[in-house]
Design a protein around this ligand. Structure first.
Ligand SMILES: *Cc1c(COP(=O)(O)O)cnc(C)c1O
Length: 412
């Protein structure tokens, strides 16, 4: 497929050099929150550029990283009061895995070296992150390089048996986790999950009850809970953090993607006083050694602060609830379409599966969408919408109308 060279962006739109436009309905791979070339984030970055672009964080610090850590910690009501920075999602996952293992080692439990994740989970593609990922397409080739991790059944409600509710499906999966931990807790450091929506699995959604049961099982078996909110965090789930919907707090929270509004690479692992205390020591070997050159980059932190300011200034979570209701209402024509199965929705994500046996379905759909001015990239037979939060009603109308046209054209 030919590349699409993009000249500029404006709000939900991307423009190529021939003046054609594309509605970025997947937020440029799940990172953009408030549109391309957002005036508020642009202005904040320009101001930051004139003051400080970057300084190493070892022994030094700067205002944007301090302010950002305080704001993020306040968003967890201070429960996750410590922030460790890196540059991308996979690094955040590496950090959470290393920190969990090292916590247990410092606590005299050096046998707790294993990790457990959900079937079809995606946590990034560096070797450590890939080892807890369960997507064959990304993993199979590199299998000889990877450390073994265990997978337990996904609470994806599409796995519900006939007549089983989403909640009952979540309970059944949680029982399987419980059985796993019962046998393996003494060698398990942490469970890592994508709360509410497993993105790369094809927007697989589950009942929040699963997270409560998983939190409870992890507590009983002394296993950390790592919430990978790299995709679902920052309002995408409908609440600022997805785990809030279950009323739980993870031991580690990984954020990236939308944290800078989709502007610059930045990730953060947030953790509790308890975890922090296990590393606070004069001995270097007990300390957590992990660094990246651009850790806590000042420009990226400034973009993140500007993003958080927009959340407050525009009551974004409240406004998104109205937008989500509008799009869901409009999407009823999709729900009713004979080729559409498992229509699902969480916060600002909508997904459905297309009944198609065409092995090139995703590619053909992508191509047809581009011709209709839409950037949509199905995962297998799953079509999903994950638009920037600034999408307007007429743009949502266009998204639904043209998606229906594409489905009909591809079925003809
Ligand atoms: C994208 C993603 C990652 C990896 O982030 P990168 O910045 O691409 O390394 C990890 N976990 C989840 C849930 C993601 O969606």
């Amino acid at each position: 497929m030919p590349l699409v060279p993009i000249a500029r962006g404006d709000g939900v739109w991307l423009y190529d050099f021939d003046g054609r436009r594309y509605l970025d309905a997947i937020s440029s791979w799940w990172v953009n929150l408030f549109g391309h070339a957002n005036p508020h984030i642009n202005a904040a970055l320009i101001a930051q550029l004139t003051e400080l672009e970057h300084v190493m964080l070892a022994g030094f610090t700067h205002a944007p990283v301090i302010e950002l850590s305080e704001k993020l910690s306040a968003l967890t009501s201070g429960k996750l009061g410590h922030c460790f920075y890196a540059s991308d999602g996979a690094s955040a996952v590496e950090i959470a895995l290393k920190m969990s293992f090292h916590f247990w080692r410092n606590s005299g439990c050096s046998k707790k070296t294993g990790f457990v994740s959900l079937e079809h989970s995606y946590h990034g593609e560096t070797l450590g992150a890939l080892s807890v990922t369960d997507v064959a397409l990304f993993k199979d080739v590199y299998a000889p390089l990877l450390r073994h991790s265990a997978q337990v059944p996904s609470p994806d409600w599409r796995n519900a048996k006939d007549g089983e509710s989403h909640r009952a499906c979540a309970e059944r999966s949680a029982h399987a986790l419980e059985r796993y931990l019962e046998q393996h807790h003494s060698e398990t450091a942490a469970l890592i999950v994508e709360p509410l929506v497993q993105g790369a699995a094809g927007m697989a959604m589950h009942d929040a009850h699963y997270l409560r049961l998983a939190r409870d099982a992890c507590d009983r078996y002394d296993v950390h809970l790592i919430a990978d909110e790299i995709m679902i965090g920052c309002g995408r789930s409908g609440t600022f953090f997805a785990h809030e919907q279950a009323g739980i707090t993870p031991d580690f929270l990984c954020l990236s993607k939308g944290i800078t509004g989709g502007y610059l690479p930045l990730s953060v692992v947030m953790t509790s006083d308890d975890v922090y205390a296990a590393f606070y020591d004069d001995s270097v070997a007990r300390g957590f050694l992990h660094s990246h050159s651009y850790t806590g980059n000042a420009l990226a932190c400034r973009a993140a602060l500007a993003t958080l300011e927009i959340f407050e200034r525009d009551s974004v979570l409240e406004r998104n609830r109205h937008k989500a209701a509008y799009l869901t209402r409009k999407a009823q024509r999709l729900v009713a379409h004979p080729r559409v199965k498992h229509f699902r929705h969480t916060g600002m994500i909508w997904a459905f599966d297309i009944d198609s046996t065409d092995p090139a379905f995703a590619r053909n759909f992508y191509q047809a969408a581009l011709e209709q001015e839409l950037l949509l990239r199905p995962i297998g037979n799953t079509v999903y919408f994950m638009p920037p939060y600034v999408i307007a009603e007429n743009e949502m109308d266009m998204l639904i109308d043209r998606t229906l046209d594409i489905i009909d054209a591809l079925s003809a």
